[in-house]
Ligand binder design. Structure first.
Ligand code: ARG
Length: 572
C-alpha cells in the first residue's frame, strides 16, 4: 500500500466513525511545507451538508483519526483541513522498506496484461516527429507499467498496407533495374515524392500502379516480394531510430496493418451478423447514434468501400479483436496523436457494440499534442520539409558533445562522446515527457540542453554529484539505520517514500510528466539536504545514515530516469 493509500484508508475510517461513511475525504500531498506532509480535505463538504461548524467537525474527525506510529503531528488548519506530518521514524521505515524491494515498493497487487500501441509509423514514408512523440511517450509508459509488475505487450501497429503500396512497389520495380533496393530506398521521403510525381505525370505508370494494388491484394508473388523488400528496408530505418533513442522495441513487436488482412472479411461478417451494418452509397457502414454531426445525423463509420476495399477503421477493429481474443488484454493504451481522437472514440464504441472487446477490457486513447518549432508552428525543417528523425537525434548528440567539451575539455574524447549520447538523447526524451502530453510543446535545443531547471542534464548532473560522494566516501554500510533529524532530511525522505504513489499516478493517468516533476523535486530536495547536512564531514551513525539517504536518492533517480528511457553517468 502506498503512503497515500494508507492515509486515505485511515481518513475514510475516521469519517465513518463520525457517521459520514459516504464522505469522500481527499488526501493530497501538502502544497507547502507549513501544511505538513499531507492534507486531508472533505470535512467542509460534510459540515455544509449537516450545517455544522467545520472546525468543530474537523476536531471530531481528528479524535477518530488513528495515525499512531505514522504521524508525529496533526493540525486543523483554515476552515477545516487536517494537516498531517509523518513521524521521522515511520518515514525512515518506509524508505528502508522501499530500498529492500527490487521494485522500490511500486509492485501492483493485481498485475494486468497491458497492450501498448506505440510508435506505429506509416512505412510508406520516413518516420516523422509525430511518431517521435508516440515512441517516447509509449516507451516510458510501457517501462513504468512493466516495472510495477504488469505484463506489457508492445504493439507497433505500422502502416504497411493500402493503395499507396501499389505505386511504391511499381516504382521500386522500375528503380531496381538500375540500383539495389537499399540504395533506391535510402531516402524514403524522396522515393515517395518521386513515385508520386511519376504517378501524377505518367498515365501509363499510374495504370501499372493500380494494377500492382490489385496484384498485391491477390497475393501475386512478384509484387508481394517487392512489397516485402520495401517493408523490410523501411522497418530497418525505424529500427535505426529506436536503436539510437534506446527504445525497447524489436521486430517481434511489429504487428502491422497487413497482419490483419485475413481477419478483415470476418470483421465485416461479424458486424453484419449482428445487424450493425448498413449499405450506404455502396459502402458498408456502421451508423453511430452516439456521434451526431451539426445537422443531427449519426456519424457513418465506414468499414468497407464500394469497391470492396477495407480501411484503417476496419484494421483497427480487427486489432481490437486480436488484443481481446489472443492477447487477453485487461487494458489497451493507444499512444496516438490527439487529432485521431474521434477515430478512436468510434473504434471503441463499435468494438463494444459488436462485442469485439470484453466489457472489462479498458481501451484508452493516450492522446498527445503537436511538437512545435520555436516559431510556434508545427516542427519542420527550414525549407518546410519533414525533419528526419535520425538527423534530429544526431544533432542532439552533436550539440551535447559541444556542450560537454566546453565544460569538461580534459575528459578523453571517447568518454565525452558517451556522455554526449546520454545527454543529447536524454534531453530530447525529457523535453517531450516533462510537459503534459496533451499540450503542444515547443522543441527548443537551448532549453532542453540547459543544466538548470527541469531538464534531463540537470537530473543527470544531480546523479553524478551523488556518485562522486560515493567515490570519496570509502567503505559504506549499506544497511545503516536512518535517522531523520534535520527538516531537509525529512523532506528528502518523504519524497523517496512517495515514489510508489507517484508511479501509480503515472500508470493510472498515463501521464509521464508527473514522474519528471517528481524527479525534479527529488533532485532539488537532495540539493537542499546536501547544503544543510554535511555528509562526508559528519561522523558515526549520522554519517552512515546520511550516506544511506544519498544511496536511496541515487537509486530512485536512476530508476526514475531509466523508466523515462534516460541513462545516468558516473561522471560528466
Ligand atoms: N500509422 C498511424 C499513423 O501514422 C498510427 C497508428 C496508430 N495505431 C492504431 N492502432 N491506429 O497515423
Amino acid at each position: 500500500m502506498t503512503l497515500l493509500q494508507l492515509l486515505a484508508q485511515r481518513a475514510a475510517a475516521a469519517f465513518a466513525a463520525i457517521g459520514a461513511p459516504d464522505a469522500q475525504p481527499a488526501v493530497q500531498p501538502a502544497s507547502r511545507p507549513e501544511f505538513g506532509d499531507y492534507q486531508i480535505n472533505g470535512v467542509m463538504a460534510v459540515a455544509k451538508a449537516r450545517k455544522a461548524n467545520p472546525r468543530e467537525l474537523a476536531a471530531s474527525v481528528l479524535a477518530h483519526l488513528d495515525l499512531a506510529g505514522i504521524a508525529s503531528k496533526l493540525e486543523i488548519a483554515g476552515p477545516g483541513f487536517i494537516n498531517v506530518t509523518l513521524s521521522d521514524e515511520f518515514l525512515a521505515t518506509r524508505v528502508i522498506a522501499g530500498q529492500q524491494d527490487v521494485r522500490l515498493g511500486t509492485g501492483v497487487a493485481h498485475p494486468q496484461t497491458v497492450v501498448v500501441d506505440l510508435s506505429s509509423p506509416n512505412l510508406a514514408k520516413e518516420m516523422h516527429v509525430g511518431h517521435l512523440r508516440s515512441t517516447i511517450i509509449g516507451d516510458a509508459l510501457a517501462r513504468v507499467l512493466e516495472f510495477m509488475g504488469n505484463k506489457v505487450v508492445r504493439q507497433n501497429h505500422v502502416g504497411d498496407w493500402g493503395t499507396q503500396f501499389g505505386m511504391l512497389t511499381a516504382y521500386l520495380f522500375e528503380q531496381e533495374s538500375s540500383k539495389p533496393a537499399e540504395m533506391a530506398l535510402h531516402d524514403l521521403e524522396t522515393f515517395y515524392r518521386e513515385a508520386k510525381t511519376r504517378f501524377d505525370e505518367d498515365p501509363a505508370f499510374a495504370d501499372t500502379a493500380r494494377d500492382y494494388v490489385v496484384r498485391l491484394q491477390a497475393g501475386d508473388t512478384r509484387v508481394l516480394a517487392l512489397w516485402e523488400r520495401f517493408r523490410e528496408i523501411s522497418l530497418a530505418h525505424c529500427a535505426a531510430v529506436y536503436e539510437q533513442l534506446g527504445v525497447k522495441l524489436t521486430a517481434d513487436d511489429v504487428m502491422g496493418e497487413s497482419a490483419y488482412n485475413d481477419d478483415l472479411p470476418k470483421v465485416i461478417a461479424d458486424l453484419k451478423a449482428q445487424n450493425l451494418l448498413t449499405t450506404s452509397e455502396g459502402a458498408q457502414v456502421v451508423f453511430l447514434e452516439e456521434f451526431r454531426n451539426k445537422e443531427g445525423e449519426p456519424a457513418a463509420y465506414i468499414v468497407q468501400k464500394q469497391d470492396g476495399g477495407y480501411l484503417y477503421s476496419t484494421t483497427d477493429l480487427a486489432a481490437v479483436r486480436y488484443r481481446n481474443n489472443v492477447l487477453h488484454a485487461d487494458r489497451v493504451l493507444y499512444v496516438v496523436d490527439a487529432r485521431q481522437g474521434l477515430h478512436f472514440q468510434q473504434v471503441f464504441t463499435v468494438s463494444r457494440k459488436a462485442g469485439f472487446a470484453r466489457p472489462e477490457m479498458q481501451m484508452e486513447h493516450v492522446a498527445f499534442g503537436t511538437m512545435m518549432g520555436k516559431d510556434n508552428k508545427p516542427f519542420k525543417t527550414r525549407s518546410g520539409g519533414t525533419v528526419k528523425l535520425v538527423e534530429l537525434l544526431e544533432e542532439a548528440e552533436t550539440r551535447a558533445f559541444d556542450l560537454v567539451s566546453s565544460k569538461n575539455a580534459d575528459l578523453p574524447e571517447a568518454q565525452r562522446r558517451k556522455i554526449a549520447h546520454a545527454v543529447g538523447i536524454g534531453a530530447v526524451r525529457y523535453a517531450d515527457l516533462a510537459k503534459h502530453r496533451t499540450s503542444d510543446y515547443v522543441f527548443d535545443w537551448d532549453s532542453m540542453l540547459s543544466f538548470e531547471g527541469n531538464t534531463a542534464p540537470y537530473l543527470q548532473y544531480a546523479y553524478t554529484r551523488i556518485a562522486s560522494i560515493f567515490r570519496q566516501a570509502g567503505e559504506v554500510d549499506s544497511n545503516a539505520a536512518l535517522h531523520l533529524a534535520d527538516p531537509a532530511e525529512h523532506a528528502l525522505a518523504l519524497a523517496l517514500a512517495q515514489f510508489p504513489e507517484l508511479l501509480q499516478q503515472v500508470a493510472q493517468e498515463t501521464a509521464p510528466h508527473f514522474l519528471c516533476a517528481y524527479l525534479y523535486t527529488l533532485a532539488t530536495r537532495f540539493s537542499r539536504f546536501y547544503d544543510a547536512c554535511p555528509v562526508l564531514k559528519s561522523e558515526g551513525a549520522t554519517r552512515s545514515s546520511r550516506l544511506r539517504l544519498c544511496a536511496a536518492t541515487a537509486r530512485t533517480l536512476q530508476t526514475g530516469l531509466s523508466l523515462l528511457g534516460i541513462e545516468v553517468l558516473e561522471e560528466m
